[in-house]
Ligand binder design. Sequence first.
Ligand code: GDP
Length: 314
Amino acid sequence: MPVVVLAGGVGAARFLEGLVKVMPPEEITVIINTGDDMANFMGLYISPDIDIVTYTLAGKVDPKKGWGIRGDTFYCLEMLQRLGFDTWFMLGDQDLGTHLARTMMMKQGWSLSKVTKVISQSLGVRCHLLPMTESWVPTRIMTDVGLMHFEEYLVKRKARDKVEDVIFDGVEAAKPSPGIFEVIEQADTIIVAPSNPIVSIGPILAVPGIRQALIDAGAPRVAISPIIGGRTVKGPADKLMAAQGVEVSPRGVAELYRDFLDVLVIDLQDRMLKSSIEAMGIEVVVKQTMMTSLRRKKALALAVLKAARKLTNG
Ligand code: GDP
């Protein structure tokens, strides 16, 4: 039963930790946002969301931060700082190994898809990880103090600037990575992970053809709301949704996915929104969605698969 998951970083990785425990990981393809990528940061090609998913599924992620490698050291960064470089983007020593490897492979002409496969498989990940595109599509945030790369907005400036617009630079000319249309077409279940709907899932849906492939797909499409009780669990999704004029609630999430979504899983805290979301033609499953333990992650994954199966079996 092939399953496709659209994914950003931390929220998706947490969900996937549960999903791989309740079904064969080899049957899961994860389509990952690359809008956060930096193509030449200190000479390195960095793919933050791909790395978060890879490290998490490899059992290596720093569980407190949700990104980076558990127990990593920062000697390289300390030296760079001493040499007068601005080190706003945290790069652990082991983590740097990944970025060096990726950059070297890409310099040899390997595609981001191939590099992602090699790195994830070398670290023991059994799901198939696919970047949403191999084209260069950086997410830029227009703020009251100017235009900046998403990582600069989030990490360097700590999401403090007023957001005026979100731009997926170059997306009109981007192509989905090879195989994406096929996996969506052949999937039994399509899942939209609890990721930032604007800057993690948004870029994936903006790659020409992907949104239409989801609309045309025969498989049930189930999303998990990353918004609980009018707030994000982490990250700037609430600020970005508000800036885009979207209600900061599971109803706002439903609005963003409305043209292709069959089922939205919302948190118990938001159960009063069930009927208004159902009025949009989307089924609602109310569930504990805060993934604070492996047991909860597995329960959420099972609930998603059950909702999809129910639709398939009519
Ligand atoms: P970021 O906003 O750039 O950090 O992007 P991510 O795509 O990594 O998404 C973080 C999203 O995951 C946020 O909107 C969180 O609310 C969501 N999230 C993180 N942990 C959980 C969780 O345990 N449950 C749910 N429902 N959402 C979560």
